[in-house]
Design a protein around this ligand. Structure first.
Ligand SMILES: *Cc1c(COP(=O)(O)O)cnc(C)c1O
Length: 238
């Protein structure tokens, strides 16, 4: 692509891939192990498609309604992961549209995904969302309960547990955030050490616009970037 013809979004995607590669190299990791997710909330589908054209092959959706409204307009070459809080009564609308649900935050939600996927004969990749800072305002499994939950959920025939996701604590200092990311990695190791069929458990989804390089250095293999690709969000537009 000629530099001049690139949109701002495309330049941001290329720049972000470069930063991921640099952070990976610095951490002696293979950059190809890390996927860049474009977080699309409030962003028009045309702009999302620009990111896909620039090489981003993974979208993150955090609202069911918004996903349903925009789904048909998305370039189908990208995969979609669901990353937002998901009510059980809405699971049925998205199971045939996403390849992973990263925000499984309760056994009850896992049971509903199991039920809906059994109906359509699909096995869904999932991550368990961890409330890593034990914040009262936030959903997700606490670090203390996530290992036990993973053992239980790994028995569901239509779910394939792939790893863990976290949002971190908004406003945390770098050093605090680094500790959360490191704790996430330790939890993943704990889960893998349990006597469950764990060959697929290798994903850590963590790091956003402000801290994805730090997340890469602490072992992330999905980083979820919104504003860093599309600019500041305008919630009034959607
Ligand atoms: C919005 C959002 C992001 C991206 O946040 P930015 O600060 O825009 O990069 C990542 N993960 C989740 C779950 C989100 O809702």
């Amino acid at each position: 692509m000629s530099e001049k013809l690139l949109t701002d979004t495309q330049k941001n995607v290329i720049e972000t891939f470069d930063k991921i590669s640099a952070a990976a190299n610095e951490a002696k990791r293979d950059p190809s192990e890390i996927r860049l997710m474009a977080v699309t909330k409030t962003v028009a589908p045309e702009k999302v498609n620009e990111a896909i054209k620039a090489g981003c092959d993974l979208l993150g959706e955090n609202k069911v309604q918004e996903l349903l409204e925009k789904y048909e307009s998305y370039d189908k070459s990208a995969e979609i992961h669901f990353i937002g809080s998901l009510q059980t009564n809405k699971v049925k609308y998205i199971v045939n549209k996403v390849t992973m649900i990263e925000s499984v935050d309760s056994i009850k939600l896992a049971e509903e995904i199991e039920k809906r996927c059994a109906k359509i004969g699909k096995t869904m990749d999932i991550l368990l969302e961890v409330n890593i800072a034990n914040e009262e305002s936030k959903g997700g499994f606490s670090p203390e309960e996530v290992v036990e939950a993973s053992v239980k959920i790994s028995e569901f025939p239509h779910l394939r547990l792939r790893g863990l996701m976290t949002i971190g604590r908004f406003g945390a200092e770098i050093e605090e955030t680094r500790q959360y990311f490191a704790k996430m990695r330790a939890l993943l190791v704990d889960i893998k050490s349990k006597n469950i069929d764990n060959i697929y458990i290798n994903i850590l989804s963590m790091g956003m616009s402000g801290d994805f390089e730090l997340a890469v250095s602490e072992g992330a293999n999905i980083v979820r970037v919104g504003r860093g690709l599309f600019g500041e969000r305008n919630y009034n537009k959607v």
